[in-house]
Design a protein around this ligand. Structure first.
Ligand SMILES: Nc1ncnc2c1ncn2[C@@H]1O[C@H](COP(=O)(O)OP(=O)(O)OP(=O)(O)O)[C@@H](O)[C@H]1O
Ligand SMILES: [Mg+2]
Length: 450
């Protein structure tokens, strides 16, 4: 694993979706806050306008009814507190001459206010904002009025303009409320973004940790594999080397014991075979599987398995082996892989019988249709069975209880069966023996949805 670098993978999709949702929520929330704030501004202005119009209409009616004491009316309104929202009141003629004012000192003054001329000439009300000398911002309402008998002192026209200034603070309450609401929502969103930031940091950290752990696990498996390999290879290699040296010395001496030389050569061949098998097993386990399908009948395949060089029942045929496969049971899957699976299971059954005390050892291979168009192949032996610990670990690579086993047999069985879209089931009892069921789809359709 020299020179191995662990690259940080691109940001996981789940983080991106979360960020997108948060961005969408932020955009929607800010749009609605803006809209809400604008509505509040409009509502505040509308309420001032309505209030101004109401006061103006009512004042026009009062002034029309009054024949005397008009001069003190506006002052009385302000000091009497009749309408709390009014800052000041004025009645001007079309030229801007103040005829009446709530502040008596400002009466009979001419003010240069273009709005007065405009309202007087157009005859429609108008509103505007103005900042007073006190620094207060007021809402101004210019309202055209007709007041009988108020034509004259200055020779002004009968069309007059009522100018009223309203305090804006009651209406500003609506705006303040909308502002506070907007502030709170912004704070909440800020909190959400902050949470997302820390969540992202934590998730990235835990992802990195998971990667490190998985790398470590991989390294641990590799290390275990290397030590088992070293151990497994060293023994046959030692024998091969020793016997090769012996044969060489004997042939040099040219008068060696022929029988001894033959024995040594046989050992060299059998130990080399062991090494070959080990490397085959390792490759079967480590290589990614490519499924090559063909249509075949199951019966003949099982017969090939039971008549292999290492037949079930042992070389000497000490045990009986019964096969029961329905005739014409055909499958479309990878024939070689299925054969390798069955060979491994049958080999284990044979080994279990050899190791057991059962003198009436028997292996039974039965095939039957299983759930959803699958075929179940049951390999039962009456061998020594597995204790709970062995049963728990049987499918783990390199787990073995046999002196010459590599512990890859059942791991390969599981891996190959799964590559065919199937599963392996195991029943075992130290008194009764073991049944391994290989359930494989009769028609291989890839591994979609597995
Ligand atoms: N039919 C069986 N009866 C009893 N024990 C079994 C049987 N099959 C497997 N086992 C147990 O499970 C262990 C793992 O089996 P597996 O086939 O993976 O490895 P192995 O047979 O020991 O070695 P290998 O198959 O690699 O030569 C065996 O060592 C044995 O203890
Ligand atoms: Mg085995």
């Amino acid at each position: 694993m020299r020179g191995m670098t662990v690259l940080a993978p691109p940001l996981n999709n789940k983080y991106r979706y979360f960020a997108l949702v948060l961005i969408a929520a932020t955009v929607v929330t800010f749009s609605s806050i803006t809209l809400n704030y604008r509505n509040a501004l409009n509502a505040a202005e509308n309420s001032l306008e309505l209030m101004g119009l109401g006061i103006a209409v009512s004042l026009e009616a009062t002034l029309s009814r009054m024949q005397h004491d008009r001069e003190t009316l506006f002052t009385d309104i302000i000091t009497g507190g009749q309408w709390e929202g009014i800052a000041f009141l004025a009645l001007c003629d079309g030229q801007g001459l103040t005829l009446l004012h709530s502040n008596p000192h400002l009466r009979n003054r001419r003010i240069a206010d273009p709005q007065i001329r405009e309202v007087s000439s157009k005859g429609t009300p108008l509103h505007a904002y103005e900042t007073l000398g006190t620094g207060e911002k007021v809402f101004l309402m210019y309202f055209p009025v007709h007041i009988p008998g108020e034509s004259g002192r200055s020779g002004a026209s009968r069309q007059m303009v009522l100018k009223l200034a309203l305090h804006t603070y009651p209406a500003e309450k609506i705006i303040r409320q909308a502002g506070t609401q907007a502030g709170l929502i912004t704070l909440l969103l800020g909190g959400l973004w902050l949470t997302y930031y820390f969540l992202l940091k934590t998730m990235k950290h835990s992802d990195a940790m998971a990667r490190v752990i998985s790398e470590r696990e991989k390294m641990a498996v590799l290390g275990e594999m290397a030590s088992i390999l070293a151990h497994e290879i060293r023994n046959p290699l030692g024998s091969i080397k020793g016997f090769a040296q012996y044969v060489s010395e004997q042939s040099e001496a040219a008068r060696g014991n022929r029988a001894r030389v033959k024995e040594s050569l046989d050992t060299i061949v059998s130990e080399s075979n062991r090494l070959e098998l080990l490397t085959d097993d390792l490759l079967s386990y480590a290589r990614p599987e490519r499924v090559i399908t063909s249509r075949f009948e199951l019966g003949p395949l099982v017969h090939e398995v039971v008549s292999s060089p290492e037949p079930p029942g042992g070389r000497g045929g000490e045990f009986s082996c019964a096969v029961s496969i329905p005739e014409g049971l055909r499958m479309t899957t990878d024939r070689d892989k299925l054969k390798q699976i069955l060979l491994n299971v049958v080999e284990n059954a044979t080994a279990a019988l050899q190791g057991g005390k059962n003198i009436n050892g028997r292996i039974t291979i039965v095939a039957e249709p299983a759930d959803s168009a699958a075929v179940r192949i049951r390999i039962t032996d009456t061998g020594r069975g597995m204790d709970p610990e062995t049963k728990k670990n049987a499918f783990q690579p390199f787990f073995t209880t046999r002196a010459k086993g590599t512990g890859l047999g059942l791991a390969i069985v599981k891996k190959l069966t799964e590559s065919l879209g199937g599963r392996v089931e195991l029943e075992s009892d130290v008194k009764l023996g073991t049944t391994v069921s290989v359930v494989v789809p009769a028609e291989y359709r890839g591994l979609q949805g597995k």
